[in-house]
Design a protein around this ligand. Structure first.
Ligand code: CP3
Length: 343
């Protein structure tokens, strides 16, 4: 029965003796079977747009580890591509996009209802995974949050301090807010289609939320998240949403209440004890093991896993990392973590 799924129980606010678990970037380069399927697809983007192979890599970590959730294999930068931006990946460096620097660049983008032709293979991946997933496993869909996606669209790449996006925000407010609005509306359509295809939960990744301060955090992280969550819940009553305002620090406090999120994902810069007291009081939290421990492993990994589990034992919790598992992680260390968590 769908309601018996451990992840859905946690998202409804249930405290469980053993928390359900999945890992950010659980389908990725640390797994030899992922590297083999990616080679078959040719490159990363071809893999994202190949429903059969994308479904295969989504399912690989479920088969290997029996995680409680699968996350759709795709990328947050597919939405800008669907809106008309050029997108490519440079091996060893990361994503590159055509840049949006002014009103003319913004005007060349497509509308929120024009994204589905490019994104329809992603919906097909969701349908395939929903069909093939074990009945106890929850399927999570996702999108980037408007601010984080905008930082890539404005700079044309990942940036350490999101300076180009801050510059546009501070010098051409009209263009910047119009881009955030377009992304907010397109994200609602994109996630809604994922839900219609079979995603049971959606997650909003605001990886660069930490660089928004003061009123900017309210206007460009919190408010868009609130709009997206309200629209999705209106269309899909009862849909659980996980929000990840990474490195929000003190702004994690009250974030779930302010946005309507059912769960707040925590990065590993906040302590589990602090987050239990200040964030988990409002409901489910997810996190927040340091991904480095998946590389170094050993006793420290087992101890830290148990420490985080115990810190959050008084309320609803989904065990996860504070950020994505890295390509140099040892696949055996995932077993060490699961043993410590469940044993
Ligand atoms: O978690 C999962 O297993 C689901 C798939 C997923 C990917 N990217 C696959 C991926 C998800 C949820 C994402 C989200 C994503 N993508 C974010 C937000 C989360 C975060 O990490 O902060 C961001 C910022 C991106 C953009 C992106 N995609 C970057 C900056 C990079 C390059 C960095 C890197 O790790 O190489 C990617 C590539 C990417 N996305 C890979 C994977 C598995 C590696 C690509 C490869 O196979 O070469």
């Amino acid at each position: 029965m769908a309601t018996d799924k451990t992840i859905l129980r946690a998202l409804r606010g249930e405290t469980q003796t053993v928390p359900p678990v999945w890992l950010m970037r659980q389908a990725g380069r640390y797994l030899p079977e992922y590297r083999a399927t990616r080679a078959k697809a040719g490159d990363f983007l071809s893999l994202c747009y190949n429903p059969e192979l994308a479904a295969e890599v989504t399912l690989q970590p479920i088969r290997r580890y029996g995680f409680d959730a699968a996350i759709l294999f795709a990328d947050i930068l597919l939405l800008p591509q669907a809106l008309g931006a050029d997108l490519w990946f440079v091996t060893g460096e990361g994503p590159r996009l055509s840049t949006i620097t002014d009103a003319a660049g913004l005007a060349r983008l497509k509308g929120r209802d024009d994204i589905h032709e490019v994104l329809s293979p992603v919906y097909e991946t969701v349908r395939t995974v929903a069909r093939d997933l074990p009945p106890e496993t929850t399927l999570i869909g996702f999108a980037g949050a408007p601010w984080t996606v905008a930082t890539y669209m404005i700079a044309g790449r990942g940036t350490p301090d999101q300076a180009p996006a801050h510059k546009l925000k501070d010098t051409d407010r009209a263009t910047f807010t119009a881009l955030i609005d377009l992304l907010t509306e397109a994200t609602i359509e994109y996630l809604s289609c994922q839900v219609e295809a079979g995603a049971e939960v959606v997650k909003l990744f605001d990886s660069w939320a930490g660089s928004l301060k003061g009123q900017d955090f309210d206007d460009f992280c919190l408010t868009p998240a609130k709009r997206i969550i309200a629209a999705l819940k209106a269309r899909h009553p009862g849909l659980p949403v996980i929000a990840f305002p990474r490195e929000a620090g003190a702004r994690y406090v009250g974030f779930a209440r302010a946005t309507g999120a059912d769960c707040v994902a925590l990065d590993n810069s906040v302590s589990a004890d602090w987050a239990a007291e200040n964030v988990q009081v409002d409901g489910c939290v997810q996190g927040n093991l340091d991904p480095k421990l998946m590389v170094t492993g050993g006793q420290a990994l087992a101890e830290e896993t148990r420490r985080i589990r115990d810190a959050f034992a008084g309320g609803p919790h989904i065990f996860n990392l504070g950020h994505g598992i890295t390509p140099d992680a040892d696949p055996e260390n995932v077993h060490v973590m699961l043993e410590a968590l469940r044993g």
